[in-house]
Design a binder for this molecule. Structure first.
Ligand code: MF3
Ligand code: CO
Length: 254
């Protein structure tokens, strides 16, 4: 069952999403060569807790940190580590979740560290755009898989690998709720979108093969060909006209 959120619940998720966006902003400002992913984690934690919220990932299935920080060939779930130091030419995906008064916001973006090569720049551009290509179909009355299909169709033109083992998801009082939202598939199938559904859409796109594996730490997901990967995610609420992004700053509204 996909839950429908009330106005009040959406308001709380908007607040969670806004704090999450503040944490992203603070991290974006801190990213530079020489910074460790553990430092970035502490920055995000400080922003979230000082705004009266809690990090959604901390304690989730035993995860110990506020963010996932995934450098280059790490697709998702990179564990913050003081030995993981950013260097010029890296790309780093930052995934953050924030819980405010029992409601979650979840979003990810991939940053460049200094100047990056053309392959990586194109990968970032296409992955971010694919999120919005999918969201064009996020509208009451459409099928959920219309979003999935649009992401796949857009990404395929570039020959990139679309990660299949991990998906987007419903979100609300839990970080992960029904439905799961693959980044590929046929249009016109599955759940019909309704006003008040809250979804986290999150394409994970690889420069090379789609194939991934999990490192021995049990978390870190890497591409098997060691080529770079990018990840962008927003939490949205379905509306009559389309969708509203919840994981953004209020000042971005206009
Ligand atoms: N943000 C991830 C997602 O989008 C979840 C991270 S797993 C965690 O589903 F353990 F770090 F929380
Ligand atoms: Co997510």
């Amino acid at each position: 069952m996909v839950s429908i959120k009330s106005k009040r619940e959406i308001e709380l998720m908007r607040k969670a999403g806004e704090i999450n966006a503040l944490a992203h902003k603070a991290i974006a400002e801190a990213i530079k060569p020489g910074v460790s992913t553990l430092e970035l984690d502490l920055i995000a934690e400080r922003v979230i807790t000082s705004n009266g919220a809690t990090p959604s990932f901390k304690g989730y299935q035993g995860y110990k940190h506020t963010i996932c920080a995934s450098i280059n060939e790490v697709v998702i779930h990179g564990i913050p580590n003081r030995k993981h130091i950013l260097k010029k030419g890296d790309i780093i995906a930052i995934d953050i979740g924030t819980c405010y008064k029992g409601y979650h916001g979840d979003s990810a973006m991939t940053h460049s560290v200094g100047e990056i090569n053309e392959d990586k720049a194109k990968l970032l551009e296409v992955t971010e755009r694919s999120l919005y290509e999918g969201l064009k179909y996020a509208k009451a009355g459409n099928h959920l898989s219309d979003i999935s299909h649009a992401i796949e169709k857009f990404v395929k033109q570039y020959g990139y690998g679309i990660v299949q083992e991990f998906t987007g998801h419903g979100i609300g009082q839990s970080l992960h709720e029904e439905p799961s939202i693959p980044n590929y598939g046929k249009a016109g199938e599955g759940v019909i979108l309704k006003e008040g559904m809250t979804l986290a859409i999150e394409p994970m796109i690889n420069l090379g093969t789609a194939k991934v594996r999990i490192l021995k730490d049990g978390w870190t997901v890497v591409t098997i060909d060691k080529k770079p990967s990018a990840h962008f995610e927003h939490t949205v609420v379905i509306t009559k006209e389309g969708y509203e992004i919840l994981t953004k700053l209020e000042e971005d509204d206009v």
